[in-house]
Structures are given as C-alpha cells and as structure tokens.
Design a protein around this ligand. Structure first.
Ligand SMILES: Nc1ncnc2c1ncn2[C@@H]1O[C@H](COP(=O)(O)OP(=O)(O)O)[C@@H](O)[C@H]1O
Ligand SMILES: [Mg+2]
Length: 278
C-alpha cells in the first residue's frame, strides 16, 4: 500500500497512472511509451501520454504531432489546455508550448512546475491509463511526480547492457523508497534478428530478466533492436500502428496487454486512483 498522501484532487477522471522510466537516457523509454500507448488505444482503453521529459521532449515527433498547438479553453471559469490528440492518444508536451531551445535553459523548479501544470491545467477528462514518458535519472521530475499524485506504478526500461542495468537498478530502488510499485522491467534492444533466423545479442543476453529476478519484480518482456522501430519514431508513426503484423509490434502488444491485465487484476475495483498492493 502507498503510505504517502499526495494530492488526490488532481487527475480525478484518471484511473491508472504509469511512469515509463529508466535510469539511463537513450534506452528507449519514449519509444516504449508511444508504442504502449498506441496498443492501449487499440485495445479500447482511453489513454493519455504526458511527456515529462521537459528538457528533451520527443513525444510530438514520435507521434507525428510536432506542428500541433494545444487549444486554450475555459472550463468552469478556469483556463485549461486541451490535449493534442493523435491516433486517439491524448498527449501533452512542453514541445507543443515553447521553442525546443527555450526549455533547455530552464532551471529545475520551472521544469517541475511545467509538469504540475500538465496535470492541473490540462483537460484530460476521463482516462483509463495516463502514461508518463519520464526523463532519465532520479531527479526533480521523478520527485515531483511521486509527490503530486498517487502513481499506480512505474515501468523500468533497460537495455541488457551492464551500464544500463546499473542505472535501472537505481531507478527501481528510487521508486521503492517512495513506495511506488514497480510494475515490471522491459528489456529493449534485446537482440538483432539476422536474416538467417539467428539472433545477435549485441548488448548482452538476459540482463533485464536477471535484474527483475534479483529485485523480485515482474519481467514484462523483451523488444528486439530493429530499423522499423527507429523509423517509426522518426516518422511519427509507432511500429504497432505502422507495421502491426511485425514481430516487434507483437512484442509491444503482448507487453502492453500483460501490463494492462496485471493492473486491472491487481487493483481494488471501483476506486478512482487504485493502489496496487505489493
Ligand atoms: N528497439 C529499438 N530498435 C531500434 N531503435 C530503437 C529501439 N528503441 C529505441 N530506438 C531508437 O533509439 C533512440 C533512443 O530511443 P528513445 O526512445 O528516444 O530513448 P529514451 O527516451 O530512453 O531517451 C531513438 O532514435 C529510437 O528510435
Ligand atoms: Mg525519451
């Protein structure tokens, strides 16, 4: 059970909130976040995505929405931003609001207050899942998030490489300290599939699963390194939508479905902000 008491008056229409995290940058958090969000939409869940990487927003590009601007509306006398919607995913990113060169010179508190505004001042309406694409590390933004809302849980993305696993372990432990359940580990860039059907374990083999076992948390699955995944990100159409029949799309789909099922089965029903008992 969570034993902290963050503000329960925000995001009141949101059932489950999940931080997609890692210790290290460049391991594929944003790629995982957009693909999981797209699968959840395909599965019929109302899904939102907050780009919490204030200094390096990638959601607008990865979802092909880089030129969009959120609309400002008045709801019950209050100014609210409407999330940008693409492929059915509701999203908010600093990338929609300021020039990309501007946010990088902000100080920590400004980044944290931007994230708070994404929760307080955006008209999310009713959502089943709200995912947060987190920045790397265990800093201000992670703290702001865990202190602002009762997170359903976090997902840790890692590559099989030792240097990534060390940081993933730190990330998992940080969430443990603030009593946010780690829903599981996803190993990204697990291997490269050669044309002859063999697999090349470029970054080492089995590290994600080993870490999950060590920390006694779920291993949600592995995702291969593949050109179509990278192209999907660069071109703004996640592979699960662009190439839904590919093996890699199936890997994302399986992981997202398992995650959703785990959450639905393990949470108390009929509560607005369910808490997983671990
Ligand atoms: N499984 C994968 N196969 C190929 N390219 C990938 C894969 N996962 C991520 N990438 C690419 O690696 C880069 C970093 O990924 P990104 O999701 O931005 O990482 P992070 O959000 O952790 O910094 C991006 O260019 C992305 O397209
Ligand atoms: Mg990212």
């Amino acid at each position: 059970m969570l034993n902290k008491s963050p503000n329960k008056n925000i995001l009141t229409g949101v059932k489950y909130t999940i931080a997609v995290s890692s210790g290290k940058g460049g391991v594929g958090k944003s790629t995982v976040a957009v693909n999981l969000a797209a699968v959840l939409i395909k599965e019929g869940y109302k899904t939102g995505l907050i780009d919490a990487d204030i200094y390096g927003p990638s959601i607008p590009t990865m979802l092909g929405a880089a030129t969009e601007k959120p609309k400002l509306v008045k709801i019950q006398e209050k100014n609210k931003l409407l999330p940008v919607v693409k492929y059915g995913i509701k999203m908010m990113s600093i990338g929609f609001l300021v020039d990309s060169k501007e946010a990088v010179v902000w100080r920590g508190p400004m980044a944290s207050s931007a994230l708070k505004q994404f929760m307080n001042d955006v008209a999310w309406d009713e959502l089943d899942f709200l995912l947060y694409d987190m920045p790397p590390g265990t800093g201000d933004i992670q703290l702001t998030l865990t202190q602002s809302i009762p997170l359903t849980g976090s997902i840790i993305v890692t590559t099989p490489q030792e240097i990534s696993l060390i940081d993933a372990r730190k990330g998992a432990k940080m969430y443990g300290k603030v009593n946010v359940p780690v829903l599981g580990i996803i190993e990204n860039m697990s291997y490269y599939s050669n044309k002859d059907g063999t697999k090349d374990y470029i970054f080492g083999k089995g590290g994600g699963k080993k870490l999950a076992d060590e920390l006694n948390i779920n291993f949600l699955g592995e995702i291969a390194i593949n050109t179509d995944i990278r192209v999907g990100g660069d071109e703004g159409k996640p592979i699960v939508l662009g190439k839904p029949d590919s093996t890699e799309a199936e890997q994302f789909t399986e992981i997202a479905k398992n995650m959703a099922q785990n959450i639905l089965q393990n949470t108390k029903l009929n509560t607005k902000q369910p808490v997983i008992e671990v």
